[in-house]
Structures are given as structure tokens and as C-alpha cells.
Design a protein around this ligand. Structure first.
Ligand code: NAD
Ligand code: ZN
Length: 258
């Protein structure tokens, strides 16, 4: 199959599926310029993410970890959703039955949902993702169950200036999943339910090495439903894909979903 034929085949598979599970990873944000936090541009003051994105690091030095998240929030705020995020958001607002599960913490799906909904004069909620790894644009309390959207600048000059919980006064933390932490159970349950019901799966920009995310796509394949993969590189899903579209999300998703 040449690329045009593969694209058309994938279009039909996704259009004919009443329920579609979409799984996205870091690759969908690559064209927005979101740093990977793994390469050299992800280094901050010579710390590795593994040194800072842990509950132990936060317990030891919350000021340092908040200073790092403030820097990362600034990097992400300077980025914008790309054509891939926007095509996906418009597609989800224009049809029923799509569940989006993301491993990204950059909130670009959320921003694309709001942009698309504003353009269409509707509600963004059908295009909002299930966030397996949380969001750097959210906070939650280290003591009680308070959580909220929020990416205001953080004053990390001292322990005393860090954001405090409006409900109980304890320290707030970024609402992201750190190394060694469990994923949020409600997000996992919703993703699992979508994987058990989906009539097709679309995977964009994830190598498929991180569980349980990869397992949701694989569960759809085990039920003998078709899988479409969009990625410029090799992924763990390639051998089980009905259609592999080799290319970037920003180039492939608009013609695939538009
Ligand atoms: P990964 O790094 O394992 O895989 C990224 C995939 O994206 C690769 O297969 C690569 O070929 C592909 N890719 C590169 N450019 C692309 C493009 N323009 N369009 C489409 N695909 C492209 O990423 P992962 O599977 O998401 O797992 C990494 C982990 O790191 C996850 O746990 C994630 O939460 C975290 N992370 C998140 C962000 C973010 O929020 N944006 C960024 C980096 C890492
Ligand atoms: Zn609290």
C-alpha cells in the first residue's frame, strides 16, 4: 500500500468504528516544541528528571522541585497546540464515541480542545483527555484531597512562599505522577473501560514502552479490532497495526481526521 492508499484505508477504519480509543504520547507534542525532558534540553541546573520528579525529592526539598516545575510550566506555556492536536480536537467534537487517553502532562490537548470548541461555538469537554500521568497545569494537596487546575507562576524563593492548600493550608504539589508513584485509579479505570469497548484504536506519538498506557492499545488488538499507528519512527505497535502511517502527527492527523 502506498501512503495515499494507507491513509484512505485508515480514514475508513476510524470513520466506521462507533467507538475509538486514541492513545497519545510525547510525540504528538514534538512539533509544538515541548522538550522531552530526557535530552540535553531537558536538563535544568544539571539535575536529571529522575533526581527531581520523585516524592522523595519533594519531601527533601519542595522549594527546589517547585522551582523546576515553574521553569517547565514556562517552557510549555511558550508552546502552542500543533495541527495534530487541533485536528484531533475538531474530530472529537464533530463525532461521538472517541475517548482520548494521553501520557502527556503538557496540557496541549486541553488547550486544543478549548481552541476548537471556541471556533465551533461549543463545549470543549468531549475533546478533553483522560490524563494517565496528570498535568503540570494542575495542583493537588499533599495532605487532603483538594485538587485544582492552576498554572499561575510559583514563587519558589522560599519554603514559605510555595503554594498552600486553600482547604487545609498544607503544601500543594504539581498534580503529576512521579517516578515510583501509582497512576491515578479513576483515569486507569476509564481508560480500561474504553479499551474494552473500542471498535478501533488510534495510537499517535508513543513508542509503546511505558505501561499501562501501551497495554490499552494492545487490549483493543487482542479483541481483534483494528489499530492505526501514526509515528515517524518505529514503535512497539508496528507489528500489530492494521495501518502504520509513517509521518509526523502534524502532517498526518489533519488529512486522516479532517
Ligand atoms: P516516547 O519518548 O517513548 O516516544 C515518543 C514517540 O513519538 C516515538 O515513537 C517517536 O518516534 C514519536 N515521535 C517523534 N516525533 C513525532 C511527531 N512529530 N509526530 C508523531 N510522533 C512523533 O514517549 P512516550 O511513549 O510518551 O513515553 C515517554 C514518557 O515520558 C511518558 O511517560 C510521558 O508521560 C513522559 N513525557 C511527557 C511529555 C509531554 O507531556 N509532552 C514529554 C516527554 C515525556
Ligand atoms: Zn489540603
Amino acid at each position: 500500500m502506498d501512503h495515499a492508499a494507507a491513509l484512505e484505508r485508515a480514514r475508513v477504519l476510524l470513520a466506521e468504528a462507533p467507538r475509538v480509543l486514541v492513545l497519545t504520547g510525547a510525540g504528538i507534542s514534538a512539533e509544538s516544541g515541548v522538550p522531552t525532558f530526557r535530552g540535553p534540553e531537558g536538563l535544568w541546573k544539571d539535575f536529571r528528571p529522575e533526581d527531581l520528579a520523585t516524592p522523595e525529592a519533594f519531601a527533601r526539598d519542595p522549594r527546589l522541585v517547585w522551582e523546576w516545575y515553574g521553569w517547565r510550566r514556562g517552557l510549555v506555556a511558550a508552546c502552542a497546540p500543533n495541527a495534530g492536536h487541533l485536528a484531533l480536537a475538531h474530530w472529537m467534537l464533530g463525532r461521538a464515541g472517541v475517548t482520548l487517553v494521553t501520557q502527556n502532562v503538557d496540557a496541549l490537548h486541553e488547550r486544543a480542545a478549548r481552541t476548537a470548541a471556541t471556533a465551533r461555538g461549543g463545549d470543549p469537554s468531549p475533546a478533553l483527555p483522560i490524563r494517565l500521568h496528570g498535568s503540570i497545569a494542575r495542583v493537588r494537596c499533599t495532605r487532603c484531597d483538594h485538587g485544582a487546575e492552576g498554572d499561575d507562576p510559583v514563587d519558589a524563593t522560599a519554603r514559605e512562599t510555595l503554594p498552600a492548600c486553600p482547604a487545609c493550608g498544607a503544601l500543594l504539589r504539581p498534580d503529576v505522577v512521579w517516578f515510583g508513584e501509582a497512576l491515578p485509579l479513576p483515569a486507569m479505570q476509564r481508560a480500561d473501560a474504553a479499551a474494552r469497548e473500542a471498535d478501533a484504536c488510534l495510537v499517535v506519538g508513543t513508542a509503546g514502552a511505558v505501561q499501562p498506557a501501551a497495554g490499552y492499545a494492545m487490549a483493543v488488538v487482542r479483541r481483534r479490532r483494528p489499530l492505526v499507528v501514526v509515528d515517524p519512527g518505529p514503535t512497539a505497535f508496528d507489528g500489530m497495526a492494521e495501518v502504520k502511517l509513517t509521518g509526523s502527527a502534524g502532517a498526518v492527523l489533519p488529512p486522516l481526521l479532517g
